[in-house]
Design a protein around this ligand. Structure first.
Ligand code: NAD
Length: 314
């Protein structure tokens, strides 16, 4: 496989895939990161054409691991040099990526992906082979996806010790707005507010640390994911503001924030007891397998070991 972009996610992926015994090579634009990857024993180059020619020659699975703003130019280069390779990505938004891939004429071989794991650090040195262990890895089941490529991408996630969550791109984006993009905006808000109160940082402990952890992420990455998912983020943000406004009003009128606190606590308890049944019955490529997997993923289902594929059930 060929990883394009050896930062936190691409670099972790390269380490995890190599650890699983896969042949993996990669491209990074900065010479320092390429040198660091080579020093760590990995097969890396700063020459994108060289990496893509090699991918085309070996029909490698290409994983695009660059931020959203760099995607278009990367897809154009893939179309010129390796248009027939199976293709996936790790981008935190899926609808906008799907539109870019379609524009580049690469939809046929594309299956979107999103490992739901990360840290607030960037670059090759932040990578960790164990980053994806136990994490959910969304593998998209949009209408166009090909069964064999879907299985290749799912296998990559399993090789990285993640569990696969099948989901449609639009449903992924609506969910990601609430569990990732809105939390980023709230974390930035909390950090700003505390930063304006003189004694606050001196007293800050676990609550502040946990609530603002993601505000330490590089601003460009946060902007890229929030802005590329604006359609889904805006209604979530609107709802968050409504809840806070209502809490403010009841605090003023009755001295209580009970409504928000009790509903929030109940929702968090539901999350703690949320079950993750294993998806085992679908044969990829048969019948309405994409809709079946999307429904199972929506219900909390995960794939922990490879599903059979049509024509390859043994
Ligand atoms: P990173 O900054 O650690 O790495 C980004 C990589 O992209 C680097 O190798 C950089 O050299 C390369 N890059 C950036 N602009 C480029 C350009 N114009 N041309 C060529 N290469 C370019 O970031 P990351 O956290 O690894 O994020 C990569 C992708 O993973 C993003 O799409 C992000 O949405 C997604 N993702 C991030 C996290 C997270 O927690 N950080 C989690 C899941 C998915």
């Amino acid at each position: 496989m060929c990883v394009l972009g050896l930062g936190l996610i691409g670099g972790s992926l390269m380490r995890a895939a190599a650890g699983a015994g896969r042949e993996v090579f990669g491209y990074n634009r900065s010479l320092e990161s390429v040198a660091a990857a080579k020093f760590d024993g990995f097969d890396a180059t700063a020459d994108l054409d060289e990496a893509l020619r090699r991918a085309a020659d070996s029909n490698a699975l290409i994983v695009v691991a660059v931020p959203m703003p760099a995607l278009q130019q990367m897809l154009d280069r893939i179309r010129s040099t390796a248009p027939r390779c199976p293709l996936t990505d790790v981008t935190s938004v899926k609808g906008a990526v799907l539109a870019e891939v379609e524009r580049a004429g690469l939809l046929q071989n594309f299956v979107g992906g999103h490992p739901m794991a990360g840290t607030a650090h960037s670059g090759w040195s932040a990578g960790d082979a164990a980053l994806f262990t136990g994490a959910a890895w969304v593998v998209s089941v949009d209408d166009h996806v090909d069964a064999r490529i879907w299985s290749q991408v799912a296998q990559l996630a399993l090789d990285c010790h993640a569990v696969v969550v099948p989901a449609r791109s639009d449903e992924h984006d609506a969910a990601a707005a609430t569990i990732s993009h809105l939390p980023h905006l709230f974390a930035e808000t909390l950090a700003v507010i505390a930063g304006e109160v003189p004694l606050a940082f001196a007293l800050a402990a676990g609550s502040f640390r946990d609530g603002t952890r993601v505000a330490a992420t590089a601003p460009d990455l946060v902007r890229a994911m929030c802005e590329a998912n604006a359609d889904q983020l805006l209604p979530a943000l609107e709802h968050g503001l409504e809840l806070l406004t209502r809490a403010k009003e009841t605090l003023v009128a009755t001295g209580s924030v009970a409504d928000l606190v009790e509903t929030g606590h109940a929702a968090r308890m539901r999350y703690d007891s949320f079950s993750r049944p294993e998806i085992i019955t679908t044969v990829v490529g048969t019948g309405d397998w994409r809709a079946e997997l999307a429904a199972a993923g929506r219900a909390g289902g995960v794939i922990r070991s490879a599903l059979p594929v049509l024509g390859n059930q043994g």
